[in-house]
Structures are given as C-alpha cells and as structure tokens.
Design a protein. Sequence first.
Length: 580
Amino acid sequence: MVPKWVCAGFVYLLLGLILNVAEFCNGGMTSGYQRPNNLSFDMPLDSDVFRVPPGYNAPQQVHITQGDYEGRGVIISWITPDEPGSNTVVYWAENTELKNCADGIVVTYKYFDYTSGFIHHCTIKDLEFDTKYYYEVGIGNTTRQFWFITPPKVGPDVPYTFGLIGDLGQTYDSNTTLTHYELNPAKGQALLFVGDLSYADDYPFHDNNRWDTWGRFIERNAAHQPWIWTAGNHEIDFAPAIGESIPFKPYTHRFFVPYEASESTSPLWYSIKRASAYIIVMSSYSAFGKYTPQYKWFTNKVTEVNRTETPWLIVLMHPPMYNSYVSHYMEGETMRVMYEPWFVEYKVDVVFAGHVHAYERSERVSNVAYNIINGLCTPVNNHSAPVYITIGDGGNQEGLSTAMTQPQPHYSAYREASFGHGIFDIKNRTHAYFSWHRNQDGYAIEADSQRFPTSTETIGRVLCSFIKIRVSFRFLSNSRHDIFDIKNKTCGIAIEMDFLSMLILTSFTGKNLEIIPRILYNMIRNSFLLAFLLIVRLLGLFVLQLNCSCYKMNGLNYRGGFIVRPPKDIALSAVLGPAS
Ligand SMILES: *[C@@H]1O[C@H](CO)[C@@H](O)[C@H](O)[C@H]1NC(C)=O
Ligand SMILES: *[C@@H]1O[C@H](CO)[C@@H](O)[C@H](O)[C@H]1NC(C)=O
Ligand SMILES: *[C@@H]1O[C@H](CO)[C@@H](O)[C@H](O)[C@H]1NC(C)=O
Ligand SMILES: *[C@@H]1O[C@H](CO)[C@@H](O)[C@H](O)[C@H]1NC(C)=O
Ligand SMILES: *[C@@H]1O[C@H](CO)[C@@H](O)[C@H](O)[C@H]1NC(C)=O
Ligand SMILES: *[C@@H]1O[C@H](CO)[C@@H](O)[C@H](O)[C@H]1NC(C)=O
Ligand SMILES: *[C@@H]1O[C@H](CO)[C@@H](O)[C@H](O)[C@H]1NC(C)=O
Ligand SMILES: [Fe+2]
C-alpha cells in the first residue's frame, strides 16, 4: 500500500514538471507586475527640490565626479548665477586643521535665447584614499560647505558599492528614484549614470532653464558622491532649426569628466579605475566605427586593463545592445556589431545601459558568431560574455516603455517596466551582487527567479537557507499587483517559507545535494509553489513565497513601511572573476 503522501508528492511532482517545462519553453521571466501607463510629470519650477540657495550669487548645482584615473582626484563643479565670483575651492581632510585651496576655471555658453550662469569646474588632486573631505565653494556669507569620501586605493579585493541610475529626468518619479537610492541601506558610494540627464530638450527650444533645475535637483546627492557620467541622446541638443548645431553643448559645458587621464581625446568616452573596478564609458552618439578616435581609444584601453589590479570590468553606454522591449528595439545593434567581440574576448563583466525606460537583465550571452552569411544569429550562452543590464528607468517625463517583444527571447533573464535604480555591490575579486530596486507602491515584491550558478554554490546556498529559517509577516498595500494575482487585497500577510521547501529538498536528495540538477530543484520548487497557490486561492488570505536563497534574505532591505528587495541577485563572479 502506497502511503497517501507519496501519491500527493507524485501529483505535485507531475504538476511541477509541467510548470517546469513551461519555464524552459519561455525565455526568462517577464514580470506580471501591471501598472497604469501614466505619464509622469515634471516637478513644477517652484518645487522644493529646485529651490535656489539663498544669498546673492550663491553657488548652486554643486556636483562632483572623479577627477583623475585612479580616484585621488575630484572635479568639483558649481554655477554662480549673477557674476563669476570666486573660482576657488577650499578643502580639508576630516580631523585636520590644514586647509587647501585649488582654483578652477569658469565657462559660460549660450543656447538659442538662453545664457548660462557661470559654470565653475575645479579639479582637486592628490587626495588621500578612503578619506572624508570637506569642501567649500562661494564667498562671504554665501559660502556653501559639502563633503565627500574618496574611494579606497585601487586593488583587487576592495569592496565598493556603485549605484546605477539612467534616464532620470526631473519628474516626481525621478525624485522617488533618487530618494530610494539615497535611502537604500546598501549605501551606494558612487553613482554610475547611464545617460539622459535632465530632459531639458523636451521643452520648447530646449529650454536650458531645465538644465539648471536638474542641477539643483541632483545636488543633494551629486555634491557628496561622484556621479560618473555617460552621454545619452538627450544630451545631444542638436537643433539647427534654432541655430544650435554643436552637439552636446550644454552637457559638455556643465559636466566635466577626467577624459584626458585615460588618454581619451573626447569627454564623451573615457575610463577610470575606482576601487576594484575598471569603468569604461562609451558614446553611442559619436563616431564609433572602425578607425574612428573612439574605436582606436577603446580597442587600446580594453587590452590594457590589468585584471589583477581591477578584476571588475564594467562598461557604460546609453542604448542597450541587448533589448527585448519594443522601444528602441535594435538601436544598439550597430554598437553591438562593432564592440561585442571585444567585450567577450576581454571578459567584460557587465554592460550597463539606459535609453529604454524599463529594466531588463540578460543572461551571459554572446552573438559574436553571427557574420551575416552563416545564419548563426541566435545569441548563445557563454560564460565569458557580459551580463547586459538596462536600467533606463529613472523616471523621466516620457514615461515607461511597457511594450515588450513577444515571446521573451531566451537571452533575456528578467524584464519589467517599472521605475527604479540598481546597486552593484562588489565584495571582492570574485563576488559581486547586482540588485534592482523598483520604486513602486511603497512595497517591492520579489518577482525575479533564482539562479544557481554552480553546484558547490548550490550546496552552500541550500544549507544557508536551511539555517536561516525565517517566517516574516507583512502587510500588503492595496495597490499591490503581483505574480500570484492577489490584486485588490487591502490587507494580507506574506509568509516566506524557505525552510519548508528546503526541508523537502533535503529529504528528497539525502546527502547528494551538490548534484541536484537544476531541473529537479525547479520541479520540486514549482510543485510546492503550486500547492501553496492553491491554498492561496482557497483562503484568499495568504501569499506564500518560496525562496531558496540566502542572498535574497541578506538582500532584503526593510525600511519604513516598505520592503526594497532585489528581485534577482547575480553572483557574477562565480563564472567570471578575473580573466585568466
Ligand atoms: C494617472 O495619473 C492621474 C494624475 O496624476 C491620477 O489622477 C490617476 O489616478 C492616475 N491613474 C492611474 C490608473 O493610476
Ligand atoms: C550677505 O551679506 C550681504 C552684505 O554684507 C548682505 O547684504 C546680505 O543680506 C547677506 N546675505 C545673507 C543671505 O545673509
Ligand atoms: C522630493 O523628495 C524629497 C525627499 O524624499 C522630498 O523631501 C521632497 O519634498 C520631494 N519633492 C517633490 C517635489 O516631490
Ligand atoms: C597588474 O597589477 C598588479 C597588481 O597591482 C601588478 O603587480 C602587475 O605588475 C600589473 N601588471 C601589469 C602588466 O602592469
Ligand atoms: C565563448 O566565447 C569565447 C570567445 O569568443 C570562445 O572562445 C568560447 O569558445 C565561447 N564558449 C562557448 C561555451 O561558447
Ligand atoms: C568573496 O566574498 C564572498 C562573499 O562575501 C565570500 O564568500 C568569499 O569567501 C570571498 N572570497 C575571498 C577570496 O575573500
Ligand atoms: C480590482 O477592483 C477594481 C474596483 O473594485 C475592479 O474594477 C478591478 O477589476 C479589480 N481587479 C481585479 C484584478 O480583480
Ligand atoms: Fe535615451
């Protein structure tokens, strides 16, 4: 006589298998998160975030970026509206008496009927690593004081946390994105900005006053940590009809970057070292074909990167090379054809892009075999290839890109049209975690799936989850929409039952955990998921999430009334790490 539970288990397994097959037939995961296709509105000119600092000619729009090749320099920029005023930055290390001065330069520009304020850029160099500095700009009673912290000395195991924002704009959603980034307990130390800053060019005659409001908006963060700039299409400001035919004029006057330090000949492409990362910024809106200055520079630089020193190689560009949204579909293709072989050969870890106003993460894929005549045009998995992440979801007034190409291609691991920001958290030379934090609804749900990079990691994670038995209760807001389809619940309780699935898993597999194939694991997970979903349906009360990763648990960030939770952590390093 077969015990009942065995029968039940068999049914679940069968159902799990079906679900599992479904999972394998599709590409990655498209979030079921439904949202109104509401345009976001720019914050009005009299908003608090745009307030002009008090006092005659007070410095405003203060922002900093890295000022040299390896992080001992900072470029400090600010604008004085009425007259040039002082060009000097006074700065000192925390706990020291000695104040230093550095003089910068001042530039102005005209754009149609707009005349800029006096834009100051001052590079301070030879700072100590890993030190807090205070600095002051302005004179007399309009002097303003800020601070920043220099990165640790460049080295392979230096932990460092980068934030990621793209296509920010200046809407209420932009403000939410920035606020969430600031409040994220992961504490980004420098921001990688993947292009499309102010969206001033969406206004009649590219109203450059919206560049100024944007500068004042981001000051609260950009005056304290470097924003690493990438130029997007909204920085081109090419408008010959109104006599403006010099591309990138407002952008290049307002945002200086240390391009000469990396032997670049243009501020639109350059590279820096920071902590354990080597960051290459590229310009998709400048010539990049063979023989062009950008191509020559890039192909030299990428071969020079010393992965013993900076194991993490990150590329930033504006339009994504891999994009399965309808919006801007194939726009990154020319860039892909030119540069993907280099990215694969030189083992770029991750390529961040914006442009598409949504989030998407790819598998590690390569399409370099395709050469037009051989027909091999399907991207294939390759552990040497980068992960491509689109993070153009900062929240600008053009709204979200909700339309996706169907079906989801295999290379696309996860996609969702929500505003948010990313965190790329480097632990050491082999481990880094990427998480994406959506802004939505005061509550962020887990929507992405789990990945087991290697079998040894699997056993580690399983044990880890097993130990970290945790049941958490939380209230759901009524606007919550999720993959379990419990819309319109004003109040519910979410329970995470990691331990249950783990219990079952261990009893199924005995001591041979390390050889569980992913398919079996998924099967079991899905069958339990299904069972719980049935209960959910019946009771209409609970949401149960099976969660088998201690990374996710560690990544759970509770804050105020909402939970910011990385839908997917990538153990990038497990497959890459330093190039061999
Ligand atoms: C869209 O935005 C308008 C104005 O902010 C708001 O009144 C409306 O409720 C929103 N619609 C949805 C479906 O959220
Ligand atoms: C700054 O000083 C000037 C002259 O001393 C004075 O007129 C002005 O009101 C002061 N401004 C502020 C913001 O205190
Ligand atoms: C923007 O966000 C900040 C911080 O959350 C808040 O203080 C401010 O009032 C917001 N401004 C607008 C216009 O939403
Ligand atoms: C690469 O970096 C390591 C560590 O800083 C250093 O020892 C080595 O000499 C460098 N290699 C080259 C070719 O510069
Ligand atoms: C991955 O790409 C590299 C470089 O193109 C190639 O040498 C290698 O064979 C590829 N590996 C797989 C598994 O396709
Ligand atoms: C790198 O960091 C990971 C995660 O924090 C840790 O498990 C691993 O032991 C570290 N490796 C080294 C060589 O320190
Ligand atoms: C949620 O409630 C609204 C209003 O009661 C209703 O129009 C809508 O169809 C409901 N949605 C779902 C998915 O049940
Ligand atoms: Fe864009």
